[in-house]
Design a protein around this ligand. Sequence first.
Ligand code: F6R
Length: 369
Amino acid sequence: DKGGWSSFMAKEINDQPDAVANTIRGRLHDGQVEIPELTALGDEVLRNIDRIIIIACGTASYAGMTGTYAIEQWARVPVEVQLSHEFRYRDPVLTDRTLLISVSQSGETMDTLMAVKYAVERGVKTISVCNTQSATIPRESHAAVYTHAGPEVAVASTKAYVAQITALYLIGLHIARVRGTMSAEETQQAAHQLDELPEKFREAVATHEQVAQLAHWMADTRSVLFLGRHVGYPTALEGALKLKEIAYIHAEGFAAGELKHGPIALIDHGQPVFVIVPSPRTAPIMHSKVVSNIQEIRARGARVIAIVEVGDTSVLPYADDVIRLPLADALFEPLLQVVPLQWFALELSTAKGLDVDQPRNLAKSVTVE
Ligand code: F6R
């Protein structure tokens, strides 16, 4: 049931405030995160780890990339993402102090399942972040942290993505509590950010109309670039993937700092570029770097669509369009920033008369290697 929406994807974008609230429910008590499934795994396991590998494919891998920044900052453990289908073939170094976290909406992605089995056989503890109850991957893992985002029908993942990031953040905060790596103040601040997320998602979802207009004007666009820094980088990759998947146009995401190492040569008159701008309050240095990147591409003729936090006027002289989102701490911004990118892909696909929910050549879950 599309609940009155024109597509499942539209419904699922709109469902995100509830999806995220459901991921958090029962896991945040008095400002502390405790995930019962991880407590069952044993605090000793989490205290002992010296490395975390997140494995996933596609959108789930971008959720994983976003998670690396937060988990590493909070739990002070090195965290990296590897694509499931690359993982086994590199003969990875795994020890009894390695923790593997898989991320999969369906819980059936064959490459991710094979990577989990490979790790389990080598004595590595595995946690599954999954949206589908009793799927194969959570059953093959030592612990399952369900996202509880509700069934996702559209092929392009939206609510599962933000729920995956939220679940990874909860895991990071759980591990940080067990390892004692965060101050009381930092813990409180993160809990506060989690508490406020569903309400902020409501505001992010409300960018729909503005973004729909933009997509309408851009219906003939053949290429779109996305730039981000830090947690804005995986967001840029995700924005580009959504556009490829459902609007069938060339789209690429870049780390903003890479621009001058090559991609800036792509910037030509009228080239649309979405720029994910970090908060000037909570990430002032990154903010000023990204504003310089905007100036650089604008000087070369780019059409800049800036995604900023409300009240940030620094980009106004250089941006053709500005999309404003509610205030959030730097690590929590990507959750909100992806929402207008999801709307943009949906509206561009619609403007081109395509099937938003069932893009060509794609299946909802990829159960072959
Ligand atoms: C993109 C998308 C895919 C999936 C990927 C992993 O919108 O849906 O990139 O994210 O196939 O699927 P799961 O999460 O089911 O393992």
